[in-house]
Write a new protein. Structure first.
Length: 288
């Protein structure tokens, strides 16, 4: 099982790798800088050689980079759109320096245009960014569909990829909270959901999982992550997906060989459940 969590890049790739190992992880996910802005440390300040060596020593050879939230490849605003293209291209370069095979990207929101126009803009942006020399796979993330957000269905992701010239450099990251909140019944019919994914996109396109509980009932389209199996006494609220479902997904044939990344909430400055959640999911048969 390749399992880990989001970790901090504040102390460079070396610090991120050490944090991941402290959680008992054998993979992890980072942003190359703050996800809410464009400020970035230069690559020579991110302890990349030391981080890669530490990863090698601890058997970590496949990590995930997440593009920042501010990238909106579907925006009809020309300045926002051009910034998204320029910034994502730079993030890909940085992710390649981390030797990551995957960069996860939120497709974007079409705001005051239309869904089809938004999908067309995303594909056009990706066609500008990708080249034969691109040495990473862009994983479009499944989204909940808040407002004009694109990616709430497998069909929307397929429609983007179908318009990308270098389709072999495109894939999907399935977020359990997002899939649940968008309406997919991963609790009672995960095999059926995966069958639908295979029919629409092909399972070959599924490269990364985000393992998250949800604070909302199926179809709520709210996107609020919960700690796995949390009950009503949890400070962040009850998980409506449940540990049993997430554990089943983590141990399923669909998860084999694919990075499983936890983005569950921190409860406070001193309490982080990544170590406990990773250990529980790794246990034979799963254990709460």
């Amino acid at each position: 099982m390749l399992i880990g969590s989001h970790v901090s890049i504040s102390d460079g790739l070396l610090g991120a790798a050490k944090e991941a190992v402290s959680y008992g992880a054998n993979t992890f996910m980072v942003y190359t800088g703050a996800p809410q802005n464009t400020r970035r440390k230069s690559l020579d300040k991110l302890k990349i050689p030391e981080g890669l060596e530490y990863m090698k020593e601890h058997g970590i050879n496949e990590i995930v980079v997440h593009a920042p939230y501010i990238v909106n490849l579907a925006s009809p605003n020309s300045s926002t759109y051009e910034l998204a293209i320029e910034f994502l291209a730079e993030e890909i370069r940085r992710a390649e320096a981390f030797k990551s095979p995957y960069i996860v990207v939120h497709p974007g929101a079409y705001t005051d245009s239309s869904l089809d126009e938004g999908i067309e803009r995303i594909a056009n942006a990706l066609n500008k960014i990708l080249s034969e020399d691109t040495n990473i796979t862009i994983c479009l993330e499944t989204m909940v569909g808040k407002g004009t957000e694109i990616g709430k269905t497998f069909e929307e992701l397929r429609d983007i990829i179908d318009r990308v010239d270098l389709k072999e450099k495109m894939a999907v990251c399935l977020d359990t909270c997002h899939a649940h909140d968008s309406g997919y019944d991963i609790i009672n019919d995960f095999d059926g959901v995966m069958g639908q994914f295979d029919k629409v996109l092909s399972l070959d396109k599924l490269k990364v999982f985000h393992l998250n509980g949800s604070l909302n009932a199926r179809g709520a389209r709210k996107d609020r992550h919960a700690n796995l199996g949390a009950n009503e006494d949890n400070p962040r609220g009850k998980d409506h997906i449940g540990f049993e479902t997430i554990c089943k997904i983590a141990h399923s044939k669909y998860a084999e060989g694919r990075p499983l990344i936890l983005e569950t909430p921190w409860l406070d400055a001193k309490t982080n459940l990544y170590r406990e959640e990773i250990a529980a999911l790794k246990a034979p048969g799963g254990a709460k």
